[in-house]
Design a protein around this ligand. Structure first.
Ligand SMILES: [Zn+2]
Length: 157
């Protein structure tokens, strides 16, 4: 029986071949292709680009609720360590940061009025939902979402 092409390598095997663990931080740094915002991605056989950290989350932690963002506790967009990833709303994330006593170090987060983390800003920029939907999900105003999308806020990212 004739076969055309190579059999497809399963997604999880391709995933496992493409990161390097950084011992001090335990981050699994993606070594494959990455987008402008720093998130790794891999291509499905049909050409669809999958975000590496979303693949990691689904492989290890289970399905991502539709329309939700996967965020990084470590604030490292290249990281695909499932233990560093979580899905949640702005409020979950804020509670998590308070619980861990995390201190913001980046310019946007140093601003006392800042209500988002750098990772959430990257999420907002890369998501396609309406400004109103994103605003609800992240607990900010639609105007702020618009400003973030146009780079008028958090321009350093
Ligand atoms: Zn990490």
């Amino acid at each position: 029986m004739a076969r055309t092409g190579r059999p497809e390598t399963p997604l999880y095997l391709r995933f496992l071949a493409k990161f390097r663990i950084d011992p001090p931080t335990q981050c699994w740094n993606w070594t494959g292709a990455a987008c402008r915002q720093g998130y790794g991605f891999l291509k499905r056989k049909d050409g669809v680009q999958l975000r590496a950290h979303r693949v990691a989350y689904e492989l290890y932690n289970g399905e991502i609720p539709p329309g939700w963002c996967v965020c990084h506790r470590c604030d490292n967009p290249r990281c695909v360590n499932p233990a560093h990833l979580f899905v949640g709303t702005y409020r979950d994330n804020a509670a998590d940061m308070v619980a861990k006593g995390r201190v913001a170090r980046r310019p946007g987060e140093r601003n006392p009025a800042a209500r988002l983390t750098a990772d959430q800003v990257r999420c907002i920029r890369s998501e396609t939902g309406s400004h109103a939907q994103l605003a609800r999900r992240f607990g900010v105003s639609p105007t702020q979402v618009g400003l973030i999308k146009r780079g008028k806020r958090w321009a350093h990212l």
